[in-house]
Design a binder for this molecule. Structure first.
Ligand code: NAI
Length: 516
């Protein structure tokens, strides 16, 4: 490896016999070490094995467009405005002084990865510098909303961004107006009806699908884009009543759209339109948008789907704290989570059917962590801990969401340890950089292929579970168990980009420092 030993370097070149690079591709060879476990009576037999993988990354950076469903919402406006502030280096004043734009909260832009050691010093580089990634400031944004407000006015309505920055962004944002969208009132809260003034007319779901497809094709062509990614950041819908005859295959799903079946949600129409236009689709809300028929459509189109529900504040912390407790041999017995928020998301979630979608994704997030430890949880019954989710809509709190969690755990000799955690922050200021990461990583993974034991190169699985660090209820390929533990999810992403770059995966033994 050749690098300059200094605090934060911006570029890195890997020099090794196991990587090859030309103008278009970087190919890295990786001997993956795993352990195959066999059960023999009540004993495990562990057999270490090595499998050879090659990872091929297309290093050419494409021109990328992103279409957000729910563009005029809190997340949509904060993301678009935040990126423009960075792009044009717009500074603004608040009572705390003058602010510079940044990408704090973005894994790719503001976190670092250890690439090795220089003498005994550990060397870190920004995540975004390990493999060639799109610069977020180069993304072209577009999208839909059932509300017709331009993005400047929508940002004012959101009440997230400092007033002075809103004013400075106005000339850029007032030109951006969301396209009319599909509105199926039965799927979101009735209280959203008063903002729905930008709606594609009619009840014919096939016509709706075709209009959305045309919107995507036009956006791509008008902006001269190499690729487009769609992301749902519109209201949380209720779950659709999933039926194999309606949603089970691509063919059945298309037939159900043709007959305007009532259990086809707006989000599923967007997901289908994305696949049919050759675009990956990310679901940022908890509902079951990505039904099996959508996965089949994506598979056929060679695009990715990823979901569900952004993992921003409370759940991120939960999957970190519970991982710590269970990892320390301490037994969580109850998690009681209260939230109150006053933004439009909270207003929508005040309807029971939409709340149920959120409750489901917030509740499942510690299951695998508990299930992994049979010392603490030897029976199914013990796994059934008190995990309660309460969400209340209180308009006065605006976007400044309050999350109050109590964790009760059993410690040595029947003792109890209780954590009471109080988390306050602007929800969309956490969500916007995370949405950006989802888009950037999804785009990067579209440029990576792998080959196992010298087989043909192939793309990753259609359901992009590599993005689980960013999702509350990560969707996986069938047959692959979901990982929710935050440090494992992050290590997975970090190691993947390192392996693709030809770097060594870190097992934290630090033998080169101890005995180098
Ligand atoms: P928001 O309510 O401010 O924005 C949603 C936007 O979607 C609104 O402008 C609404 O008019 C629009 N909309 C509703 N139905 C639509 C449709 N069929 N087509 C196009 N637009 C439609 O909500 P916010 O805060 O931006 O959150 C968006 C989603 O992200 C919600 O589902 C929320 O649960 C989810 N989420 C947000 C997190 C956060 O930290 N902000 C974390 C996890 C998930």
């Amino acid at each position: 490896f050749v690098y300059i030993c200094q605090q934060l370097i911006q570029s890195m070149k890997v020099q090794s016999t196991t990587t090859q690079q030309d103008d278009h591709f970087l190919i890295a060879d990786y001997d993956y070490k795993s352990t195959n476990i066999e059960k023999n009576g009540d004993k495990y037999i562990a057999k270490p094995q090595i499998t050879n993988f090659k990872f091929k990354t297309d290093t050419r950076i494409p021109k990328v467009g992103v279409m957000l469903v729910g563009w005029g919402g809190n997340n949509g406006t904060t993301l678009t405005g935040g990126i423009l502030a960075n792009k044009f280096n717009i500074t603004w004043n608040s009572r705390r002084g003058t602010h510079q734009p940044n990408f704090y909260g973005s894994l790719t832009q503001s976190s670092v990865i250890k690439i090795g050691t220089c003498n005994t010093e550990e060397v870190f580089v920004p995540f975004k510098d390990v493999l060639p990634m799109v610069n977020p400031c180069d993304i072209v944004f577009g999208g839909w909303d059932i509300s017709s407000l331009n993005l400047a006015d929508a940002m004012g309505r959101a009440q997230v961004v400092d007033y002075d920055l809103q004013q400075k962004l106005r000339p850029y944002l007032e030109k951006l107006v969301p396209l009319p969208s599909i509105y199926y009132p039965d799927f979101i809260a009735a209280n959203q009806g008063d903002r729905a003034d930008n709606v594609i007319p009619g009840n014919n779901k096939l016509e709706h699908l075709n209009i959305i497809r045309k919107n995507i094709a036009d956006f791509k062509q008008q902006n001269n884009l190499d690729k487009v990614i769609l992301l749902w950041t519109a209201n949380t819908e209720r779950f659709c009543v999933e039926d194999p005859n309606v949603h089970g295959t691509a063919e059945k799903l298309m037939k159900s759209i043709e007959s305007s079946h009532p259990e086809i949600s707006a989000s599923t129409i967007f997901a289908c339109a994305a696949c049919l236009e050759g675009c990956s689709f990310i679901n940022g809300s908890p509902q079951n948008t990505i039904v099996p028929g959508v996965i089949e459509l994506a598979e056929k189109a060679g695009v990715f789907v990823a979901g569900d529900d952004f993992k921003t504040g409370q759940t991120k912390f939960k999957t970190c704290l519970v991982e710590y407790l269970v990892g320390a041999g301490i037994k969580p017995k109850a998690i009681i989570s209260y939230n109150h928020l006053g933004n439009n998301d909270g207003k929508n979630l005040s309807q029971e059917s939409c709340f149920k979608s959120k409750e489901r994704s917030k509740k499942t997030c510690v299951d695998d962590i508990l299930e992994s430890n049979k010392v603490l949880y030897p029976t199914e019954e013990e796994l059934n801990i008190d995990h309660t989710i309460v969400i209340k809509y209180c308009p006065e709190t605006g976007d400044s969401k309050k999350a109050m969690d109590e964790y009760i755990a059993e410690i040595f000799l029947g003792g109890r340890q209780t954590f009471a955690v109080y988390n306050v922050c602007e929800d969309s200021l956490l969500a916007a950089p995370l949405i950006m990461d989802l888009l950037l990583l999804c785009e990067l993974f579209e440029r990576i292929q792998f080959s196992k034991d010298s087989s043909e190169f192939q793309r990753f699985d259609t359901v992009l579970s590599w993005l689980s660090y960013l999702m509350k209820a990560p969707k996986s390929e069938s047959g692959i168990t979901t990982i929710n533990a935050l440090s494992r999810q992050r290590a997975m992403l970090e190691n993947l980009v390192k392996v693709c770059a030809g770097l060594t995966v870190d097992d934290n033994l630090r033998l080169e420092v101890r005995y180098g």
